[in-house]
Each structure stands twice: as C-alpha cells, then as structure tokens.
Design a protein around this ligand. Structure first.
Ligand code: PEP
Ligand code: MG
Length: 891
C-alpha cells in the first residue's frame, strides 16, 4: 500500500480504518506522479478530473461544505507523501479553496473574522511561495512575505503575529497579492479548482527540486518512486485559544529513551511549529519542566507562559496519549505524529516511523527487543548500518568541558560533539566543508534549501525553533549534532556575525557544540573516543550471531589494525604495503632501488628496506595475533615514488649522490600515458622478482620472529592485478621458493597462503585457471570497477555527478557495487574459482566491502568475508547479519 499511496497516505488510511480521528480525504497515487513526469499537466488533469471531483464531493458531504462556495467553503490541505518519509523536502499547501469572497463566507460561518483572514493570508503566503515560486531576491534578503509581516509589526509596535488585528491581516492580504503581481506579473488565482490543480502539480514538481534530489541521493531513495499527493479537509489549529497544533514522538528521537514527548503551539497552524517562528510549548508536564530548566525559565513563569498540554487540556492530552500508545503498538516502531486541536477536538494528521539519531536507533531497537515488541532478527533489521557510524565518533572530554566557556544554551536537539568555524549561510558551509574545513552552521532557523550545507557542517545551531523544528528533525536524521532555539543568539546575516550577551563572533571564529546538553562553547573543546559498550555492543553481538560472512579490515598500521580489532574485525583483508615505503629514510632506499639499472644494485637497495618492512609486519602481525593477515605485494607504478618537481629531484640527486640529469632521465623513463593500466601490480614483481623476494622474506621472517615469542601469525601473501595464469604462477613460485629458503635459514616453519586479488576483468573469466595457483581470491572492486566500466578512478568525478543527475547511473559505481555489471563478474569469478578449488576462500577488499548494499550482494555470492576500513567494520558486520536474516526470510 505504501508503494502506491506513499507512507503518509497509507498510514492515514490505516489510522482512519482503526478509528483514530483523521479528517476526511483522499490520496493521488505515486504512479500518477510518474505519469505526470512523462505526460505533463494537461493530460494528467484530464485523466484525474472525474475521480478527484467525486472524492471532493465525498469530503463535502462529510464536512457539510462546498468546494468553491462563498458561504460554506470547503477548505483543503494538499500534502506530499513518498514511500519513505522525506521530512520537509517536498511541498505542502494549506487552507486551499479560499479567495476574496470565500474568506468573507468563512468569517461569517465561523463567526471569527480574525481567523478567516489569518487563514487567507497564510494560504496566499504558502501558495505564493510553493506554487507560484515567489522567493527572496538574494540570499541575504528576507522572505518577501515575512518582510511584509515584520514591517507591519514594526509599524504597529507589536511583537507577535497574534497581536495583529483583523484589519492588519486584511492589509497584509492586499500587500501579499500586490507583491505577487509585481514580482511575478500574475494575479493570485481566485478559482479554487485552478488553485487545487496548481497545488497538486506543485507537489509533483517538488519531487524534482534539487533539495529533494539531494536528499534522495543521500538516503539512496530511487528517483522513479515519485510522491503521492494527499488531499484532506482542513482542520484548524488557529481558531482561537481552544485550538492548536503540534508534533509528538512516542519515544525520544535524540536519545531513544522511552518517553512520550513533543511540542505544540496554541492558536497556530502546523507550519508554525516546524518553521520555529514561535517558541513552542511542551506536551508533557515533565517535558515542560525539563525545557524550563534548560532555558532558565522559572517554574512560576513556565506555568504562566509555557504550560504543557497535559496541564492545559488534560482530556485531550489523555486521548493523544492513548492514541500514541496504540499507534506504536500497531506499527511496532517509534512514531512521529502530527496533530491539530480544533475548538477542543483532537485530529491526527499524520503518523510515521520517526527519524532518529544513531544512538536512539540502537536503544529503541534493543528496548523493543526487551519489551517483547520485536524478536531478535527484527531488532537487528531495525538498525540502519550506516547510522552506526554516528556512534563511533569522538565525544567531548569531561575535563575539557570543565574548562570551556559557555557562550549560549539552547535545546539539545541532536546529540554529539562538534567543533568548527562559524558560517552563517548554507552555501558557505558547503563551500568551506568541501575545502575540508570543519564548520558550524549558525542560522536563525534552517529551511529545506539548506540541506546540502547542513550535511557538510559538523554541527548546526539555530537561534529559533524547538525540538521539532526543521533543523532539529533534519539534524537527527543526518546524525548531526544540533542545538536548536538558542534564544540569546542574535544572527546578523548582512554582517555575517553572531552576537550573544553583547559579545560578537565573526564568520570563521571557532566554537564547539554539545548536542547532548544544548551548550555552545567558545573555541575548540578537546574530544575523546566514544564508549562502545551497552546497546551498541548488544547490536554487535546479535550481528555476530546471525552473520554468515566474517568482516576483516583494510589496515596497514598496527594502530589501525588495533582499532579494527576492537570493532570486531576477524583479520586483515588488505594490507597495502606501498604506504610503508614513504616514511622517513625508506623513500630514499626505495628511490635508490628505482634508480638502479643493474639487478645487484636493486638487490642492495632492497636489502636496506628489508628490516624496515619486517618490523612493519611484526607490528601488524602482533596487533592481529591469532588472526589472518593478508599482505599485498607492491602494487602502484614506480613513478609514484619519485619526485616530479625539479626542486625535489635536485634534493633526491644530492641525497643519492647522482646527477640531476640521471634522476630526470629515470623519472622520464617511468612516465606512462596510462599508469593505472601500466607497469604496476604483479607486472612489477614479475619484471623485478627481487621486489617480491624481499617482501615475501620480510613477511615470513616477521612471522617466524613472532613465533619465537609465542605469538601466532597467519600471513596470506596476496598478488595484485593478476590477469593471466602464468603471471600468477610466476609470483607464486617466487613466493614459495623464498619462503622455503627462509624456513631453511630459520630451521622453522609457519603456515601461510599465497593467493591473489581479482581486479582485472580477464581474471574473473579465467578464475578457474587462476585458482590452480591461488589459494584465495580477494576481489579488488576498485580496479575491477575501473576496468569494467573503463572509467578512471581518479577522473570519473568529472562526469559521474552529471550521469547521476541525469539518471544515466543511479549510483556512483565506485561507492556502491554495480551489481548488474561488475557484480556479475564477481559472481562468475567466485563460481569458476570454486570449480577448481571447492573451498576457495573468497573475499572483497575494494571500497565496496564496507557499503551495506554491496555487503548484502557479497553475502548472496557466497563470499567468506568482506574487508573494509576500520571505522566501517561495525557497519559491515551489521549489514552482513541483515543480509543473512533477509535471505532466510525470503526462502
Ligand atoms: C581495489 O582495486 O579494489 C583494491 C582494493 O586495491 P587498490 O584500491 O589499492 O587499487
Ligand atoms: Mg587495486
């Protein structure tokens, strides 16, 4: 049902059928959105017209109103709703159906002039923005409608919108219509049907806005899904002091704690809560008291100005409480609800699985398991692997915090520790973030336009808005630290400054945010590694229980190896040895080897490298003791080890005691047109066998040395870039002969394997032959993707974004394994390899080894393990468990 009706539409239908009070309405399906994109507006209106008219007639009947009537106008809300929720990304229009005459009718019918005109001005404002496209002229300019409101308030000397009179609102309506006419050259439409079709199409169009596209890319939501459109009778939260609107969560979306919580505003419409224009009140008394403590509001002041819904309207609170309880039970997940109270009657406008932080995700899943709501497998599936990443990042040092100067306090909207330089515009956050700078984005409030900048910022601060404001909801969804509604902060967009209690901070100043307490500090506060116990550890244990594949790590230092081991890696799947050649005087010995024209000279230079390599391996083997370590022989082309600037070439010549010309001659001779397809990988080891000999000797000697100390090492020697059986065989022969020599010298032995990377397409085709020599395979899907697509790994960034924007490619194949093409080669390579060697050990060590969807694919192919960078190990472990669970469920 969700696929057709969208999440919102399906849940509304379900709520309505279970007796939850939901306003009457209907849903235009996601299929129509797809058709609209192909056929255009006119055709779609023609197709839908009869059905929509029939549905509206039903709403009219139930609400005793008439669409287009001047006396009893039927007013509608038009809202988006994709299969999965994309909060705030697409458009909404409320109060549709009002015009210059209907507003009078509404005023008369409700006997409430102010309400009618307030509704009308809100409608024009939303419609003008969403459907007609009236926007600020530049980023520093305020929203044109907001500017009119602010000017009017200033003229009248009032602070709040609610202090404006009916006449003020009438003037506002006129000014709104004028600015639309002036800026857009068109009138605000008076015909309700024109309004309705305009709004429906605008919602469809909002599926394709850059921000929605960006959100989909971020969350891997397919482009072709489209959005549904929900048309519903309006219920009004702005009908007076017994009306209001709010957002509630069945559990805490920031921490996962099992407490009902939320915010509401009296005499307001839904958008007011999300936009953070007024300070919302808390739903529960406990929440309200907590909030007051954080904001420094006294209990007396709280009761007077910000009482909770529980205290103000206990009956409505009780009804809402019961509904949230039953909805959570029904959906078996934390719910995010929207509700409106119209003249003392409660209406539910939406329920959906609430967005949450990584910490909340893990806690809610484990709590629901303990509460018997979920079984183990479902609890494992409830965790989104990539979101575990949030739990692995540093938190502030308690010592550091003691010494930090607090600048301001706001609401702890999304936990975490963030330190960065202040910027005040989302596009600056994007630019600075792309330059590798750490930034904190500070805004009065955020809007969906700011998404990209928010994503690139370390943390987000807003001076307005509550726990359910746009900034708060989006930050939690991204797992980004956020403080919302820090009321003492004044932001000046023109000057790019932030002033708090008389002190001004400039763009670029460093601040730190504590999203768990809502405190902002001056400068950089030191951090330390997070605690990986509790619920996180439980999720990892369950993953262990259900996963079939193991997870190894790509690491080439003892430090990284240890980190990965703590995260649960069961070995190293790829130790790239080339990184070891750059440190200290190693590079000099390496260059000496490269400059050598005779084998003896090369061997001499390599001899200098041997003890250093051996030491490296000893460190890594020791960190990974008792676990296998796959060491890859030298892979990159030799030109990567020589300098290309004359100044550095001169230095190299001096160090090695040769002439500059000689260095330059060698550098020139190493030049290749296509180095990634050139003299690299096993092609190096086969032209200069002495390199392989030195490396294998270092590996075996290291293992034997550790054996003497009682430490067990299981080296797996990996040949890179094999494409031909004979080149693999030659490397195997060199490796085995060298190992035997060392065993003889030591008069001792260890177990080791010789295997290969499968990263040249040809190798996947002749994998059965290669397996005659290789004892294991590890798919190097970085190179395999490069060579299968014919895309350079280093240059594809120039066209891949265009390809993805135009839908030529759904994903970046260097990030998410291309199952359709590259995946087939992986599958074939595995099968053919195992035809020769039944229990051939197969793994993957390209970037894809830590990407959840690719991990699922690897499980399906029957790999023994995936290998990824240390911080992705927990993600891959969870993804591996989920793959196994899903496979069982589908059987
Ligand atoms: C690969 O090609 O996938 C791989 C792991 O090797 P590298 O990235 O070092 O080329
Ligand atoms: Mg490679």
């Amino acid at each position: 049902m969700k696929n057709l009706l969208g999440g919102k539409g399906a849940n509304l239908a379900e709520m309505s059928s279970t007796g939850v009070p939901v306003p009457p309405g209907f849903t235009i399906t996601t299929e129509v959105c797809t058709e609209y994109n192909k056929l255009g507006r006119e055709k779609i209106v023609e197709v839908l017209k009869d059905d929509v008219e029939k549905e509206i007639a039903k709403i009219e009947e139930q609400t005793n109103t008439k669409f287009g009537s001047n006396e009893t106008p039927c007013l509608l809300s038009v809202r988006s709703g994709a299969r999965v929720s994309m909060p705030g990304m697409m458009d909404t229009v409320l109060n549709l159906g009002l015009n210059d005459e209907a507003v009078e009718g509404l005023a008369k019918k409700t006997n409430n002039d102010r309400f009618a005109w307030d509704s009308y001005r809100r409608f024009i404002q939303m419609y003008g923005d969403v459907v007609m496209g009236l926007e600020p002229e530049s980023k520093e300019d305020p929203d044109p409608f907001e500017e009119i409101i602010e000017n009017l308030k200033e003229k009248k000397g009032v602070e709040k919108d609610v202090d404006l009179t009916t006449d003020d609102l009438k003037n506002m309506v006129q000014e709104f219509k004028n600015i639309i006419k002036k800026r857009l050259g068109k009138e605000f439409p008076q015909d309700p049907w024109e309004q309705l079709w305009g709004a429906v199409m605008a919602v469809f169009d909002s599926w394709n806005t850059p921000r929605a596209k960006y959100y989909r890319q971020m969350h891997k939501i397919p482009e072709e899904w489209g959005t549904a459109v929900n048309v519903m009778a309006m219920v009004f939260g702005n009908m007076g002091e017994d009306s209001g609107t709010g957002v509630a969560f069945t559990r805490d979306a920031a921490t996962g704690e099992n407490v009902f919580n939320g915010e509401f505003l009296m005499n307001a419409q839904g958008e007011d809560v999300v936009a953070g224009i007024r300070t919302p009140q808390q739903i529960t008394k406990a929440g309200s008291q907590n909030w007051a403590k954080l904001q420094g509001v006294s209990e007396e002041e709280r009761k007077k100005t910000f009482p909770s819904l529980e205290e103000m309207f206990p009956d409505i609170y009780k009804e809402l409480y019961d509904i949230q309880e039953s909805l959570e039970k029904h959906y078996k997940d934390m719910q995010d609800l929207e509700f409106t109270i119209q003249e003392g009657k409660l209406w539910l406008l939406q329920t959906r699985n609430g967005k949450r932080t990584g910490a909340a995700m893990v806690k809610i899943a484990m709590d629901m398991l303990d509460e018997g709501i979920l079984d183990e497998k479902t609890a494992v599936l409830r965790n989104e692997p990539n979101k575990l990443d949030e739990l692995l990042h540093p938190v502030f040092n308690p010592e550091g915090l003691k010494e930090a100067t607090t600048i301001a306090k706001g609401l702890p909207a999304s936990p975490g520790a963030a330190t960065g330089q202040l910027v005040f515009f989302a596009d600056d956050a994007e630019e600075w973030g792309n330059q590798g700078k750490d930034v904190i984005l500070a805004r009065t409030e955020t809007s969906p336009e700011d998404l990209k900048g928010m994503n690139l910022a370390r943390g987000i601060l807003t001076s307005r808005g509550g726990m359910t404001s746009h900034a708060a909801v989006v930050a939690r969804g991204m797992g980004k630290c956020c403080i919302a509604g820090a009321g003492s902060v004044q932001i000046n967009y023109r000057k790019k400054t932030m002033t708090v209690d008389g002190k001004t901070y400039q763009e670029g100043d460093w601040v730190s945010l504590n999203g768990s307490t809502g405190e902002m500090y001056e400068g950089k506060v030191p951090t330390h590694d997070p605690e990986l116990s509790g619920n996180f550890a439980r999720v990892m244990e369950l993953s262990e229980k259900y996963a079939k594949m193991g997870v190894r790590t790509n690491a080439d230092t003892p430090y990284d190896s240890k980190t990965a081991r703590e995260f649960g890696a069961i070995g190293i799947g790829l130790c790239r040895t080339e990184h070891m050649f750059f440190e200290g005087d190693r590079i000099t010995a390496m260059r000496e080897m490269i400059l050598s024209t005779k084998k003896e000279d090369r061997v001499k230079a390599l001899h200098k490298l041997l003890p250093m390599q051996r030491e490296d391996f000893e460190g890594i083997f020791e960190a990974m003791q008792d676990l296998p370590v796959t060491v890859r022989l030298l892979d990159p082309p030799l030109h990567e080890f020589v300098p290309h600037e004359e100044k550095n070439q001169k230095q190299m010549a001096d160090e090695l005691g040769v002439s500059l010309e000689e260095v330059q001659k060698t550098v020139d001779s190493l030049h290749e047109m296509n180095p990634m397809l050139g003299h690299r990988g096993c092609r190096l080891g086969n032209t200069y066998p002495e390199i392989t000999e030195m490396q294998v000797r270092a590996i075996i000697e290291a293992a034997l040395n550790l054996k003497k100390k009682g430490i067990k090492a299981y080296p797996e020697i990996m040949v890179p870039l094999t494409g031909i059986f004979e080149e693999m065989k030659m490397q195997e022969n060199i490796a085995r002969a060298t190992a035997e020599k060392v065993f003889e010298e030591y008069n001792d032995r260890i177990d080791y394997l010789v295997g290969t990377m499968i990263e040249v397409p040809r190798a996947t085709v002749i994998a059965d032959k290669i397996a005659e020599s290789a004892e294991f395979f590890s798919f190097g899907t970085n190179d395999l993707t490069q060579m299968t697509f014919g895309y350079s790994r280093d240059d594809a960034g120039k066209f891949l974004p265009v390809y993805m924007n135009n839908g030529i490619l759904k994903d970046d194949p260097f990030q998410i394994l291309d199952q359709e093409g590259v995946g087939q080669l992986v599958e074939m390579g595995t099968k053919r390899g195992r035809q020769t060697r039944k229990d051939l050990k197969v793994g993957i060590c390209g970037e894809h080894g830590g990407e959840p969807r690719s991990v699922e694919f690897c499980h399906g192919v029957g790999m023994n393990y995936v290998s990824c960078s240390p911080y992705r190990v927990p993600i891959a472990r969870l993804a591996a468990a989920q793959a196994a669970i899903k496979e069982k469920q589908n059987q």
